[in-house]
Design a protein around this ligand. Sequence first.
Ligand SMILES: Nc1ncnc2c1ncn2[C@@H]1O[C@H](COP(=O)(O)OP(=O)(O)OP(=O)(O)O)[C@@H](O)[C@H]1O
Ligand SMILES: [Mg+2]
Length: 229
Amino acid sequence: MEQPRTTTPQIKVANLSKDYGPVQVLRNISFGFTGGVSVAITGPSGSGKSTLLHVVGTLEKPNSGRVEINNIDPFMLSEPELAKYRNAVIGFVFQDHYLLPQYSVLENVLVPTFAFKQQPDATERARELLRRVGLTHRLTHRPGELSGGERQRVAIARALINQPDILLCDEPTGSLDSTTAETIADLLFELHDVERNTLIVVTHNLELASRCQQHLQLVDGTCSVNTNS
Ligand SMILES: Nc1ncnc2c1ncn2[C@@H]1O[C@H](COP(=O)(O)OP(=O)(O)OP(=O)(O)O)[C@@H](O)[C@H]1O
Ligand SMILES: [Mg+2]
């Protein structure tokens, strides 16, 4: 499962702007991250953190500027190609887990693999990920039968199932109490070490932010990137 990566993920954003009509959210933003780093994104509410994450995650198109991931501009791909690319390269964890209520824990983790044909070892990997997030005893539960922290752990396992180069998390601990939030943060970094993906976390939690190697701060639609010591 922990085979070495053959590609170095690399995220490049150049002169990126994004507006929603009159609302100018991101203004001429540029940054670059080498593969395997951990990055915290912070900024006031409404400063565009989720928007930036959605653009980097190829869910939303910028109005201008360029995004390159692994030397590819994903927005040049056709819609079906982009969906496939996103599913293979990027994992998402949202504040609200977005699990499918009618499916079991194990099935939820397997959902992103349905887009690919032959994946004989997918179930094995799903079980292994669920073991690592401490949910072996909950495989057949429905999301409604889990605690908030448990649901978020399922969401993390699901995000990692296709071994994405990049894991994007939007306030993954936002709706959890501080102890559970810390456990989830520990888990994210533990899995980041093992999977060697690039971890980008939007967070209001400064403790979590300080654990990341890089810190991107958004203010008034512009950004600065610092390296944490
Ligand atoms: N689909 C949309 N249509 C119009 N405006 C939007 C849309 N999505 C976001 N916005 C606006 O863009 C701005 C940035 O929103 P965004 O969700 O990126 O902020 P955020 O930094 O993630 O905030 P929070 O910390 O509250 O989650 C906000 O002013 C918001 O109202
Ligand atoms: Mg947000």
